[in-house]
Design a protein around this ligand. Sequence first.
Ligand SMILES: *Cc1c(COP(=O)(O)O)cnc(C)c1O
Length: 216
Amino acid sequence: MSLTEISAHIAKAEAAAGRPEGAAQLIAVSKRQPDARVIEVLEQGHRLFGENQVQEAAGKWPIFRETYPDAKVHLLGPLQTNKARQAMGLFDAIHSLDRPKLAKTLARLAQEEGHCPELFIQVNTGEEAQKSGVLPSEIEAFVVECSALDLPVVGLMCIPPVDEEPSLHFALLAKLAARTGLSGLSMGMSGDYERAVALGATHVRVGSAIFGARDY
Ligand SMILES: *Cc1c(COP(=O)(O)O)cnc(C)c1O
């Protein structure tokens, strides 16, 4: 599907939900895509991208940014504390703040560097053992902890279990965000971004629907 078609679907979902146009931002997930495809999307004027790995992003975005200095890149994948400093220099936002140790590391680095990307707390809405993220029952305490560390937390993020109706997870995430006073909602991927917009997503993360299947 083209970027234009996806943007039109988002606008339609926003209107149907009575939300203003542009309420949900489209993050084009460029992980493991050939450079030529990413450049096509940059050439179409799109400027917000998502990556899963620090290493991969470090290999391409500093180069893309020489030509497109206003491109913004968000980290969507898990972040190891030993890569946190590098991530802070590369990304405009991090969607995977998922544990106290990472919060403490980011807070210390933010002090040292004098800046910090905007942060989304990843919530394990499906309470899956193999998935990272803060459990719904622990989210309020974690938000308080991050706020005591002066971290710029702007919202919550989730990746629903593959075999469940994502809308239930989007609704839960929206409820948790309302309860903790956070306005950002990073939810919805290629297969379910319209449902996420209907339930209040402020950021949808769409990869394969824009770029085609990934190069594994
Ligand atoms: C890869 C990825 C996406 C995009 O997935 P698609 O199904 O290709 O749209 C979104 N969010 C995260 C966290 C991802 O890792």
